[in-house]
Each structure stands twice: as structure tokens, then as C-alpha cells.
Design a protein around this ligand. Structure first.
Ligand code: 13P
Length: 261
């Protein structure tokens, strides 16, 4: 059985003090979660958020990592720097990084291998654009992203895959549960071909793209979907906690303090 993993991607939101306030609100709400709970925070928030979540069931993630161990890479952050603050997960190849910061399947691959080597768990993002979906290229695009992005990985169970259709990110337009399930099934099939059927069975694949408190239950009920990578809805403790409690909707609202309802 694959343990579900619900991860918030704060993107470029929350200063360190705002981030601490958010996780302080979140801690009592998610302490009895039946899934893994992760917050992927801006790099500069890491020290403060790391201290704030100590002893809780919330794990810490970063939003990027450089592939070199150290050196002349102004503005970049290495895996060992993240490890020192107890970071466990790192998002790699988010479509916003591919679109705005020149990330390619090759750099995704280098970052992924470096993260694994340093003991981090990469959350590798793949997904097609609207045009690619509408012209029937979804499988071709995902295949290319997987073939190049995952090259040289020995053990697929050491990574998490996030399927994020670009057209569903921040648009309020979610893939239907069936669409997401079908596409994730394709990703798993591709992993079985490139790695092994057992590895493909074990690897956790999240859905990302306008997942929220309302649609999380339906998406998470699909057999291929093992979690969510959540942007906007991870910025409010009440919303994120409702997603974390996708399996017990009554629990989520019961625990909320009045001011959050
Ligand atoms: P939204 O949930 O805001 O659509 O963002 C999804 C995402 O990009 C998570 O990485």
C-alpha cells in the first residue's frame, strides 16, 4: 500500500514569520492525519519553519535544489544546506520553473540525482500544457519528461512524482478525477516499462492543479492518485487541513477554531 502524501507548495508566498504563524495554526489541525503532511516553503523561511514544526507530524520541503555539492553558483542552494535544517522533500522541475527559469528535462534530471544522492526525496513535477493536451500530445510529452528526467535513478521508490497539468495550475480549472486518474495510470505504466512493474506499483504519484477542500475527496478516492501537491489552497490552515483530512471530512471541520470556519 502506498501512503498518501499531501504537500503544500507555498511558491513565493509567506515571509518567515507568516510561515511560522501558518504552521502553528496547522499543527493542531493535522496532528492526527492518516497521510504524510508536507509544507514546501520558500528557502529563506526554512530555518524558522523547521524550528516551528519540530516534534510535529509536518515534514519540511524545499522548492528547488542545485545539482552541485558546492561552488560558484550565485543565488543557488545545495542539498547539504537543505539537509542541515531537516528538509526531507524537495520539489524539482515545477512547471513555473520550466516556464520562467529555463528548467529543462536535463536540469531536472541533474537536480533529481543530486537530491537523491544527498538523502532528500525529490518531488518531481511533470505535466502537459493546454495546447499539448488539446493536440493529443499528453502521453508523448509525459514520456519525454519521464525518460530524460528520471534517467539514471536506481530506486524509483526514493522519489515522489507530481502530475501537474499546466492548464490546471492556479486556474481554478481542475482535471476531472477520471482525467487525472487515467493520466497517472499512464505515468505508472511508463515507469513500469522503464524501471520495473514492482517499482511502478510502489512509487507515489500526486495530482496537482487547483486541488482544494471541495475536490480533494473525489480526486483522492481514485485508485492511482496517491496525494496532492497544493498551491493556493495550502496557504490557509483551514483549507489545507480539510485536504489533509480528505478521508474524514467531518474531522476537518470539527477541529477548526471558530475564526477559521
Ligand atoms: P494551485 O493549487 O494553486 O493550482 O497550484 C498547484 C501547483 O502548482 C502546486 O505545485
Amino acid at each position: 500500500m502506498r501512503t498518501p502524501i499531501i504537500a503544500g507548495n507555498w511558491k513565493m508566498n509567506n515571509t518567515a514569520s507568516e510561515g511560522v504563524a501558518l504552521v502553528e495554526a496547522l499543527k493542531p489541525l493535522v496532528c492526527d492525519a492518516n497521510c504524510e503532511v508536507v509544507v514546501c516553503v520558500p528557502a529563506i523561511d526554512i530555518p524558522a519553519v523547521s524550528a516551528a514544526i519540530e516534534g510535529s507530524n509536518i515534514a519540511l520541503g524545499a522548492q528547488n535544489v542545485h545539482f552541485a555539492k558546492s561552488g560558484a553558483y550565485t543565488g543557488e542552494i545545495s542539498a547539504s544546506m537543505l539537509r542541515e535544517y531537516g528538509v526531507k522533500y524537495v520539489i524539482i522541475g515545477h512547471s513555473e520553473r520550466r516556464q520562467y527559469f529555463g528548467e529543462t528535462d536535463e536540469t531536472v534530471n541533474k537536480r533529481t540525482l543530486a537530491a537523491i544522492e544527498a538523502g532528500l526525496v525529490p518531488i518531481v513535477c511533470i505535466g502537459e500544457s493546454l495546447e499539448e493536451r488539446e493536440t493529443g500530445k499528453t502521453e508523448e510529452v509525459l514520456s519525454r519528461q519521464i525518460e530524460t528526467g528520471f534517467r539514471g535513478i536506481d530506486d524509483l521508490s526514493g522519489i515522489v512524482i507530481a502530475y501537474e497539468p499546466i492548464w490546471a495550475i492556479g486556474t481554478g480549472k481542475t482535471a476531472t478525477a477520471q482525467q487525472a486518474n487515467e493520466t497517472i495510470a499512464f505515468i505508472r505504466k511508463k515507469c513500469a516499462e522503464l524501471f520495473c512493474p514492482k517499482c511502478a506499483e510502489q512509487v507515489r504519484i500526486q495530482y496537482g492543479g487547483s486541488m482544494n477542500a471541495k475536490n480533494a475527496r473525489e480526486l483522492m478516492a481514485m485508485p492511482e492518485i496517491d496525494g496532492g501537491l497544493i498551491g493556493g489552497a495550502s496557504l490557509k490552515a483551514a483549507d489545507f487541513s480539510s485536504i489533509v483530512h480528505f478521508d474524514r471530512p467531518d474531522m476537518a471541520s470539527m477541529k477548526l477554531p471558530k475564526e477559521l470556519l
